[in-house]
Design a protein around this ligand. Structure first.
Ligand code: PLP
Length: 478
């Protein structure tokens, strides 16, 4: 697409929106301005391409298309079939999977679809079989009761939240924590790394139906071959949630033992993090689980979002291009440059570094909580998020960590030199921030003191760092 076409497309779209509700148009324009100006280090965010963004804003949004390609509960879905089939084909080719289900609206939804597929496949329930064979009228109240009891008490073993696991892997605030009897495996307290022998031991003791690997805040590779062996040794289904690192799998940075697709029975992902697509989710699996996965809608999901599936098809086509592999490698190179820069300046990093797209700083070394550090960095134009560290004494709200990630800045084109400069800015803010006190003079986990002149100077340097790397350079909203 020519740069001119991109600019015209976005300008025209805003003009049309402005004609109805100018405040929405203003907010959209303000969001672009904010994203352009901030040093975005949120590990789960990125910047989708103009083609991906534009594929979402159209009349596909008006379609209902429950069912799957060629088997819809609504008439007139031929064009939805085209985009859904294209997105699935790109996903299969990109990841080398035999089946791809591209309807999940988000990562949570993709996980729910996967959990349901595994339960439906693995749990011996005559009532469930009748229900799935559409003999619902033959089911008695007692059958339904048995079905709920049988499906509702299954076991899941996943990575603990404070070691970097995700809420959807069986933790209480999420429905997965209510559906499953959950246990978690942590990391070695000395190294911060997954101890596979301990995982195997936990699996032997707990005998989970599902063993989950995948994380939101673990800065290292996971050996999926070993995890599959552990799952096999106890008869568990092995599921990997690659939401965070799907881009690194797509870009062939994670291969062999570190590519989940050949090793897992089922893989879920988001499409909007390192994969750089629209907000959404996806499930990949082999033929054994394909039929159950395809029941995701209406079992777990509402009608699919055809406009987002169109955007998934575009983003996945982009990820199949050779330059995506280069992008994925630069994400990791940048994360390592950032980690090195922080370590050289004296920061403490969980696991001592990174081999993926994220770095976890233990800010207790600066005498701060994660919440204080997050806000002080934000005051200085650096957008991050606080995160627990293993065995975090400050809990999940205040935390002791700051998670930073490089997918977004790498999309803008920043490289190793800018990562070192970023490390310097982060270190400056954290080393010059001190904990504050509450109204009663007691130490506070939220309040902090940072000289506004330091915040202003760092903010200015952060903005200068971004100047040579404009975001959506072709888009001029006037
Ligand atoms: N799984 C993992 C590992 C994640 O990190 C996330 C989101 O951060 C999700 C699932 C949920 O994704 P979503 O916010 O799209 O529902």
């Amino acid at each position: 697409m020519s740069r001119n076409a991109e600019s015209t497309a976005f300008r025209s779209a805003l003009e049309v929106v402005r004609g109805v509700e100018p405040r929405v148009a203003d907010a959209i324009a303000a969001e672009l301005a904010d994203q352009r100006e901030s040093l975005k280090l949120i590990a789960s965010e990125n910047y989708a391409s103009p083609a991906t963004l534009l594929a979402m804003g159209n009349w596909f949004s008006d379609k209902y298309a429950e069912g799957t390609v060629g088997r819809r509960f609504y008439a007139g879905c031929q064009n939805v079939d085209t985009v859904e089939a294209l997105a699935a084909e790109h996903a299969r080719e990109l990841f080398g999977a035999s089946h791809a289900y591209v309807q999940p609206h988000s990562g949570i939804d993709a996980n729910l679809v996967a959990f349901w597929a595994v339960l439906a496949d693995r749990v011996e329930s005559p009532a469930l079989r009748k229900a799935q064979a559409r003999q619902v009228n033959d089911l008695t109240e007692a059958d339904w009761f048995a079905l709920r009891r049988e499906l509702g008490n299954q076991r899941m073993l996943g990575m603990s939240l404070d070691a970097g696991g995700h809420l959807t892997h069986g933790f209480r605030p999420n429905i997965s924590g209510k559906m499953f009897d959950q246990r978690s495996y942590g990391t070695d307290p000395a190294t911060g790394l997954i101890d596979y022998d301990r995982v195997a031991e936990a699996a032997r003791e707990f005998k989970p139906l599902i063993l989950v690997a995948g994380y939101s805040a673990y800065p290292r590779k996971v050996n999926f071959r070993i995890m599959r062996e552990i799952a096999d040794s106890v008869g568990a289904t092995f599921m990997v949630d690659m939401a965070h690192f799907a881009g690194l799998v797509a870009g062939k940075v994670f291969t062999g033992d570190f590519d989940p697709v050949p090793h897992a029975h089922i893989v879920t992902t988001t499409t909007h993090k390192s994969l750089r697509g629209p907000r959404g989710g996806m499930v990949l699996c082999g033929p054994e689980l394909a039929d159950q996965v395809d029941r995701g809608c209406p079992m777990v999901l509402g009608g699919p979002l055809p406009h987002v599936m169109a955007a998934k098809a575009v983003a996945l086509a982009e990820a199949r291009r050779p330059d995506f592999a280069d992008y994925a490698q630069r994400i990791v190179d940048n994360a390592q440059a950032l980690a090195d820069g922080l370590l050289r300046r004296g920061a403490t990093l969980v696991t001592g570094g990174t081999d993926n797209h994220l770095v976890l700083i233990d800010v207790s070394g600066y005498g701060l909580t994660g919440r204080q550090a997050e806000q002080a960095l934000l005051d200085s134009g650096i957008v991050t998020n606080r995160n627990s560290v293993p065995q975090d004494p400050n809990g999940a709200w205040y935390t002791s960590g700051i998670r930073i990630g490089t997918p977004a800045l790498t999309t803008r084109g920043l490289g190793a030199t800018e990562m070192d400069a970023t490390a310097e800015l982060i270190h400056t803010v954290l080393s010059q921030t001190t904990p504050g006190t509450g109204p009663d003079g007691a130490p506070s986990k939220a309040k902090y003191v940072l000289d506004p002149a330091v915040a202003e100077s760092v903010g200015k340097q952060a903005a200068d760092l971004l100047t040579p790397f404009p975001l959506y350079p072709a888009v001029d909203l006037g």
